[in-house]
Design a protein around this ligand. Sequence first.
Ligand SMILES: Cc1cc2nc3c(=O)[nH]c(=O)nc-3n(C[C@H](O)[C@H](O)[C@H](O)COP(=O)(O)OP(=O)(O)OC[C@H]3O[C@@H](n4cnc5c(N)ncnc54)[C@H](O)[C@@H]3O)c2cc1C
Length: 371
Amino acid sequence: MSESVLVVGGGLVGALIALRLAEAGLPVRVLDRDHPGAESSSAGAGILAAQSEAIESGPILELGLASRALHATLNQELIGLTGGGSGYRQNGTLIPTTEGDHADHLAAHLWQRTRGLRLESLDASATRALAPGLHARFTSGVFFPEDASVDPPKLMASAIEAAARKGVQFEHGATVREVMQSSGRVTGVRTDHATRSAEVVVLCAGAWSEQVAGALDDSQQIRPARGQLAELALSPVPFGPVLFAGGGYLLPRSDGRVCVGSTMEMVGFARGTTAAGIRTLLDRAIDAVPALGDAEVTRTWSSFRPRSPDGLPFVGGLGVHGLYVAAGHHRSGILLAPITAEIVRDLIVDGRRHRLLDAIAPERFRKHRPG
Ligand SMILES: Cc1cc2nc3c(=O)[nH]c(=O)nc-3n(C[C@H](O)[C@H](O)[C@H](O)COP(=O)(O)OP(=O)(O)OC[C@H]3O[C@@H](n4cnc5c(N)ncnc54)[C@H](O)[C@@H]3O)c2cc1C
């Protein structure tokens, strides 16, 4: 059987790439070793923090801004195609500050205004209006009104359904072991059960991408970075924007749930949550918003961010005709998936290189080696 395009991995990155390629008229099949959406893309918090997490200008800020804008239109597109949408909300992100640290937080982000971006320095009453439940020591804040959030399981389910409606075939339980090539061209993949032919292969296996032989080289490392999360329920939630406080975040959902994140642990692929990890999250949450001490703990879980050596994704061709990668999005894969899908579609369909591709090109480490 000859497939035109095989996408390895059905997380958000793989599903949106498949959707865009199918829209361009290519026959696309997504192979997932478990089921599409099984891993990080359904587990992440879903903050689209293009601005509040940016402490310098550069390609990652530009990619984040472009992708944040695409999320708003993607939500409408998914509602139109599936009725479901992504749970997109432009509720902004807020860094609550104290008298002692407000100036520092503001200075760390004020440069964004020269780039034409909106951010607001809030006094006590404006901070309290957005987040009445904040601890009294927070007498000010830095607010990013255009940052947003999505509900990852909802987004993931809608993306899969939309892609399927455009003709993408999803295959569960298909573990890809190796990418096959001959005379500088990709020829397909080898799974546990069969060899599958393809003219184009796109590797989107998240934190597991290195385990697929024949694609990445030694300079293109992707390691798992475990993150633990907790979900609380409190009605009403006493804050509107996503809060960044105490080294973590609190993300309010529209239905009274609050997602509390997250740890960053290099523990390989050890699944699960730990007492110390969850304690850290809950301590931070209650410290920032004391009323959360009365909230019900409804869920705890963990997943694996795909982390490259510089924290930026690998997106682009792998030096073999027809072989591409889109993986290693680390802490920002939900934010960056829409722009990644457009970049990969432009490369595969039109041979067009995005102006920011050099910063995330897979060969960026190799290029700087002596000799
Ligand atoms: C705790 C936590 C919080 C996060 N919060 C945010 C956030 O707020 N905002 C944000 O932008 N990002 C966030 N992220 C990061 C984001 O979730 C990831 O960067 C993103 O989901 C990666 O998407 P992906 O499609 O590359 O990988 P995944 O979603 O992990 O998908 C990879 C897929 O590949 C499949 N697969 C693996 N190996 C094989 C194989 N050999 N053959 C076939 N299939 C295979 C897997 O089954 C899986 O379905 C968070 C991550 C974590 C862990």
